[in-house]
Design a protein around this ligand. Sequence first.
Ligand SMILES: Cc1cc2nc3c(=O)[nH]c(=O)nc-3n(C[C@H](O)[C@H](O)[C@H](O)COP(=O)(O)O)c2cc1C
Length: 190
Amino acid sequence: MKVGILLGSTRSGRQSHKVAHYLERRLQERRVATDLIDLAESQLPILEERSGRHPQLQARVQGLSARLREADGLVFVTPEYHGSFSGVLKNALDYFWEEFNRKPIGVAAVSAGKLGGINASTQLQHVILSLGAFPLPTKLLVPEVQSAFDESLQVKGENVAKSTGRFLDEYLWFARAIVEAKRAAPEQAA
Ligand SMILES: Cc1cc2nc3c(=O)[nH]c(=O)nc-3n(C[C@H](O)[C@H](O)[C@H](O)COP(=O)(O)O)c2cc1C
């Protein structure tokens, strides 16, 4: 199974990438293949037209499309901005639809405040339903992210380590159940 980690923060001085890299390490410790898709690298412009329909953006969008298609499941990592998830993530999601269809998707939300992006995470779970995908009910919330990691990107304290472990337990159980169901009935799998 391969899990794509879609990083929805492109701000200079961003903090959410620490959570994305940490999730990648924890998945790899569990022998799960990963692909960290950093939207800061893909540089998608504000949407003019969807994947497959834009004459100039084919290479960049198709590259991203292929990576999303290769993932059996995804984890979206988003900062909380003004009570919601990031605009850059929504812009990227709007390019695609089939790439997400019937896939298990977990949400990790990151905030500078104490609530850990709770608003961003619930709103993003709603959007995942509209992508025809399955949102994991459990979310990973990382509050006060600016003090959660040390300079070598190791997690400080036990809270984030424990909540990440619980989140990944749930996510992998959920994702494997969906992947198995698709293998058992490929004619019904999207
Ligand atoms: C435009 C903007 C809006 C923000 N709004 C919120 C917010 O509504 N609630 C919150 O807890 N933190 C808010 N923050 C702080 C972010 O949660 C903080 O930047 C955090 O580090 C995660 O995002 P990052 O990846 O951009 O660093 C905001 C930050 C920015 C840049």
